[in-house]
Design a protein around this ligand. Structure first.
Ligand code: AHG
Length: 281
């Protein structure tokens, strides 16, 4: 597993460099060396593919940027699903973006997830890695990721990060979100799942929601590339991750790009989501 974490760290440093120096949005243009310049998300995808390809124990990778999984080593053990640059549309307005990784033993199924990880590219680069034991925060300093601390959620937080378009929300969802605000929760929503969830994790708790709504009945966020990795992290940090009625980790995607409604947070907020949504069944 260490070798996978090291490959993710190397990818993160390369992606950070690409974010810092590359032009944005000039896909198919040629750079001064005559090479095709790739959009950052495609470039990030290629960087991660290249780093993971060096590891014999990686069996298959699946990327949010690719339609199908790609087998790397027939005799490998690990299956890794990743979103190379989540929220890449935020780069041009200079908001934080991130990379997300889910690591599975033998098959892309949530019950076989053994570790997950994300990287936030903000004013600083931070990496969060969760395995069976704990959730660890690392900070990139002078070209190396240094361990900072373990992340644990409080039972209750103060942040409300409501995703999706309000005009399409179910009335009971809107009432629930309003009721959190009425009790003093503060709005924190950048439109990047990685920094928005990172904030909730580091500030001790709160609620992030991306519900099913009339425009997107199955939500927007992809189970394999976005929802499961964060669900693993929130659960290991003492929080919860549900689809409205049950743990998101109990859902099985039929296709690698399937989405699911999702709610991440500390215990109190998620228990409230479950109780509100149960009343609608
Ligand atoms: P994209 O990678 O297409 O920019 O999407 C980002 C994702 C996720 O990071 C974020 O939480 C969500 O989309 C925001 O969606 P809304 O703007 O619909 O709230």
């Amino acid at each position: 597993m260490n070798v996978i974490l090291e490959a993710i760290q190397k990818s993160a440093i390369r992606i950070k460099n690409a974010i810092d120096v590359k032009d944005i949005g000039y896909s198919q243009e040629q750079n001064s060396s005559g090479e095709t310049q790739l959009q950052l998300d495609i470039q990030s995808d290629l960087i991660i593919e290249e780093e993971l390809s060096r590891i014999p124990s990686v069996h298959t990778i699946a990327s949010e940027e690719k339609e199908h999984p790609m087998m790397l080593n027939e005799n490998g053990r690990y299956f890794i699903a990743f979103d190379p640059l989540d929220g890449s549309s935020l780069v041009d307005v200079n908001l934080s973006v991130g990379s997300i990784f889910g690591i599975y033993d033998g098959v892309f199924s949530p019950e076989k997830m053994i570790a997950s990880c994300y990287v936030v590219y903000g004013p600083r680069v931070e990496l969060v890695f969760a395995d069976e034991e704990k959730v660890s925060l690392y900070l990139l300093q002078a070209g190396e990721f240094e361990y900072v601390k373990e992340i644990r959620l409080n039972e209750k937080g103060k942040i409300n990060a409501p995703g999706g378009t309000q005009q399409f929300w179910a009335p009971y969802h809107k009432a629930m979100i309003d009721s959190f605000f009425a009790r003093g929760y503060r709005l924190r929503y950048s439109g990047g799942m990685v920094p928005d969830l990172h904030q909730i994790l580091l500030k001790g708790g709160g609620l992030f929601s991306y519900p099913g709504a009339s425009d997107k009945p199955e939500g927007k966020l992809r189970m394999l590339f976005e929802v499961f990795p964060f669900a693993f992290i929130f659960e290991k940090a003492g929080g919860k991750a549900v689809d409205g009625t049950k743990r998101v980790m109990e859902n099985e995607p039929r296709h690698i790009h399937d989405t699911s409604p999702c709610f991440f947070g500390s215990k109190d907020e998620i228990d409230e989501v479950i109780s509100v949504y149960a009343g609608q069944q």
